[in-house]
Structures are given as structure tokens and as C-alpha cells.
Design a protein around this ligand. Sequence first.
Ligand code: BG6
Length: 296
Amino acid sequence: MAIEETDSQVILTHPDNKTTSVSILKYGATIFSWKLEGKEQLWLSTAAKLDGSKPVRGGIPLVFPVFGKNDSDELLSKLPQHGLARNSTWEFLGQIKSNPPTVQFALNEKIANPELTALWKEKFNLILTVELGKDFLKTDIEVENSSNQRDLQFNWLFHTYLRIPDIEDTMVSNLTGMTFYDQLIKETIVDKHPVVSFNQETDVIYQNVDSDRVIQVVNQGNPIHTVKRVNLPDTVVWNPWIAKSAGMGDFEPKTGYKEMLCIEPGHVHDLVKVAPGQKWQASQIISKDALNYQAI
Ligand code: BG6
């Protein structure tokens, strides 16, 4: 069976290859496993909570309507870090295509976590579409402003935890020449390095990266993940390294930072603004591709 639904999860298996699958928790509509030909592609903490008691540490949590903490926006500043989508139980709408298997989930203010909608009283309708390709995973989000009175303002981000063999042998390509904001030192910098490499905690937001820049994660010269973006101009690159991992109770094993890298396509540098009754759409596609070095 290509689609299996339980009380808390939805699992899709590819009809052409039973070892290619994606598992989605209804809580947060969080993808917590994506296997390509039997090989796990996403990192998931062994201490991640999958019981709805807190956002999942790993997989692809969904960040909406605020990225991080917003201290200036009158409406968004009341929400906790990364908003309310990752800590609300979404409605499973069902399957819309059998091959590639494709399913949809929905969230709106009526079913979202009431403690959080009490802090942000906007009207919205989110539709997440998950498509399990033979050799790719596509996640697409549609945000509708269901108010008939005022604009809806928000951030969106796919907080993707990619599994990698070893962070110290891993680089990220095709961000050369882009401007990033370093969240640790609070500075905006133009990246002049030919690749991004890692030897300490990294928490940076690349801004306005052209959508034809294909971000690749390269391990020992081999491209292991390719991340394509549609309508998502910003990309967060995050690795917590040793001290930050040690401080996160749900981050296990503590050496897990070596085997994960977050590449997070989003719209976070500024707010998306959607007029009443209008929709905004964006997607992330993760795949395996040949090395495609896009020099500046
Ligand atoms: C990243 C942020 O997107 O998420 C980091 O850039 C943050 O600053 C990380 O530490 C994890 O956030 P959280 O809320 O899941 O611990």
C-alpha cells in the first residue's frame, strides 16, 4: 500500500521502490524520515519527541508565521520562537496523486494550537503538499489569507535537517557572493568564500539568493544533497556544534551535530504580505544531482 495512515502519522511508500518512503507526523506536519532506496536522508535526534509534547528535533519542522523571535512586529512579537505551525496538529486531507505519491495537510486558526492562536489572532489557511518522487522529495506550501479585512504578514521556512556523514568533511556550494546575516555576531557580511565550510557553530541567514542558485551539500567532493527553492529567497545555514548541542535537552546523541546540517529555505529576511483573500505559494525540492558549481 502506497499510503498508510495511523492516528499520529502518515507514511508514503514509492510504488516503484518499497525502500523509498517518507514519514510525516500529523503534529507539525513534520516529515521525520525520508528514505531513498533504504538510505535515510534526514537527521532526527534520538531524543526527539514524536508524541506532540514539543516540536520535533530533526526532520523538516515547518516555521510559520515567525522565524526565530520577532521583537519589533506588533502582532508577531507575542509568539514563541519559530511560531505555531510546528507545534500544532495538522489535518490530514488525504492523497491527491498516486505516482509520485502525493498527500496534503491543512492548518488554520480554528484547529491550530489554541495557546498560540491566542497570541496571534490572524485568519489563515495553510496547505502543505508532500510529493515523494523516485529520487526527490518536494514540499510545497500555500498560505491563504482568509481574512476579508486585513493583510496577513508572516515568515515561512522549511527547517530541513539534512543527514551528512561528517560535518568537518562537508561543504555547501553556490552561496558565493551572497550576503548573509550572522545571527551569532549580529553582522551582515558578503560571502567571498568559494564554499561554506564548518569548524564551529554556524547560524547564518543568506538573503535574496536567486532561485536559479542550486544549493548543494558536498561531502568529500561528492554532492550528497541538492536543494532547489521556488519563491523562497532566503536560506538559513545552521549547525549547533558542541556547546549549543549540549544545551538542547532533545538533541541526542550530543555528537549528533557531526551528522547533521540544516539548510533551511525560507522567506525570513522580511515578511511576506498577502492581501485579504489572496494566496502565496512556495516550495523546496531535495534531490541527488551531479555537482553543479555555479561560479559567480
Ligand atoms: C535555526 C535558527 O533556524 O533554528 C537558530 O537559525 C536556532 O538560531 C535553530 O537555534 C533551532 O531552533 P529551535 O527553536 O528549534 O531550538
